[in-house]
Structure formats: structure tokens, C-alpha cells
Write a protein that binds this ligand. Structure first.
Ligand SMILES: [Fe+2]
Ligand SMILES: [Fe+2]
Length: 232
């Protein structure tokens, strides 16, 4: 467990790909970000999230995912059961990802019958468009839809930081070509425009895995460097 910035705790980096499970918090309210698989011998992330938030008297208001890849999303059904009064919200692309529905429906513990009968859903709210906004204890929380690493990239903005999913930012090129270069460039433009429209100062960038934690960054400079790399 590691607090990496005010309001940002990484419970642990789980499973074979070392995926962070995040708790964001402000004024007694919290959001869980990413619901990774775990290895044998690890205490499941949903149990740790439940005891962490209970001990700190945090109300888990939201459940969020950075994108629909298995290493970030596999325990979503379990989090749904453990946090029945939380609001699970994300961009509609999370459910358009056929790979995710297939993967989740084959995860041990998935309530397949309830799902098939319409008694169980993975999200309370799927938004269309570019942005969703909410708050934790009065502190703004935004999700931007901007596909670059995957078609379901949800970038999360809170307390001066952005969780960038598996986006590669700065001078490096993305590790995959799931999304065409033109769309990656559009997403960089979109994110810069939305952050300007929100008049939001982002000075920290955190990869969803929790392995790249950039502090005191110039957000727009980082985005411009990313754009330059994709253009060349
Ligand atoms: Fe990914
Ligand atoms: Fe990943």
C-alpha cells in the first residue's frame, strides 16, 4: 500500500503484469480505479479495497476502469459484488469491447446466469461522448474518452493528476497499433482541448500500472512530445 500523491493510494500492484489497484479519495468519498487479476498467494484486490476503505470510513462512491484490457478489468464482476452500492461508470466503449465481455463471462465467480437473465450488469452508467464529470467529496473527477492505446481508453482526472491508462506519454511510441495513428493524434488533440476547456491544471501523470509516476510535469508539453513521436 502506497500513497503516491494526496488522495491517491495504490493498494498493490497485482498479478503477472503488476497492475495497480487505485483508491482515490477526498472528504470521506472514494473511487476504485482498475480491477486487476491477482496471482495465487495474493489477497484479492476487492477484499483489500473493502478493508482499506472500511477502516478509513470511506464511502466508495465510484468504480472506474482505465480501459477494458484483461490486466486492468478482470475482477470487475467481483468488485461489483463487493461494492453493491457503488456507482460503476465508464465510457460505452468498455462494453463495446467484445474481448472484455468474453473474458469476464469466463472468469471464475462470474454470475453468468444472473447476467444472462438481466439481473446483473457490469456498469450502472455508460456514457457516450468525450467526457463524464462527477465528484468525490466535492472535488471534481473527470473521465475523458480518448482512444490511443486501446479503443476503450478512459483517462481519469482528479486532484491535479491524470491516470493515463496504458497510454505511453512523452518521447516513447505506443507499444501497439490497435488504434490507428490518425486516431491516436486526434485523441491527443482532444485531451488537450478538453483540459483547456475545463481550465484544469494537470501537473502529475500516473500510468494505470503504477510504474510510471510523473510529478511536476508540464501536461501540454508532454502531450505535444507524444504527438511529435507519432507524427515521425
Ligand atoms: Fe492495456
Ligand atoms: Fe496494461
Amino acid at each position: 500500500m502506497k500513497q503516491v500523491a494526496p488522495g491517491y493510494t495504490i493498494l498493490k500492484r497485482y498479478g503477472p503484469h503488476k497492475n495497480a489497484c487505485w483508491v482515490l479519495e477526498h472528504n470521506g468519498e472514494a473511487a476504485v480505479v482498475d480491477m486487476p487479476p491477482y496471482s495465487s498467494g495474493e489477497r484479492p484486490p476487492y477484499q483489500r479495497a473493502e478493508s482499506f476503505t472500511r477502516k478509513r470510513k470511506l464511502r466508495v462512491k465510484y468504480g472506474l476502469l482505465s480501459h477494458a484490457h484483461r490486466d486492468h478489468a478482470q475482477t470487475l464482476p467481483h468488485f461489483r459484488s463487493w461494492f453493491p452500492s457503488s456507482h460503476f461508470v465508464g465510457h460505452r466503449s468498455l462494453m463495446d469491447d467484445r474481448g472484455m465481455a468474453w473474458m469476464l463471462s469466463r472468469t471464475p465467480g462470474f454470475p453468468f446466469e444472473d447476467w444472462a437473465a438481466g439481473r446483473f450488469s457490469l456498469f450502472d452508467q455508460l456514457f457516450d461522448g468525450e467526457i463524464w464529470s462527477g465528484d468525490l467529496g466535492g472535488e471534481p473527477l473527470h473521465i475523458l474518452y480518448a482512444p490511443k492505446h486501446s479503443w476503450s481508453d478512459n483517462l481519469i482526472i482528479f486532484k491535479g493528476a491524470m491516470i493515463t491508462g496504458d497510454w505511453v506519454v512523452g518521447d516513447l511510441r505506443d507499444c501497439n497499433a490497435l488504434v490507428p495513428t490518425e486516431t491516436k493524434l486526434e485523441s491527443i488533440d482532444r485531451v488537450q482541448r478538453l483540459v483547456r476547456e475545463l481550465d484544469y491544471h494537470i501537473h502529475m501523470l500516473f500510468s494505470a500500472h503504477g510504474d510510471c509516476l510523473y510529478y511536476q510535469v508540464d501536461f501540454h508539453k508532454m502531450m505535444e512530445r507524444s504527438r511529435f513521436v507519432h507524427r515521425n
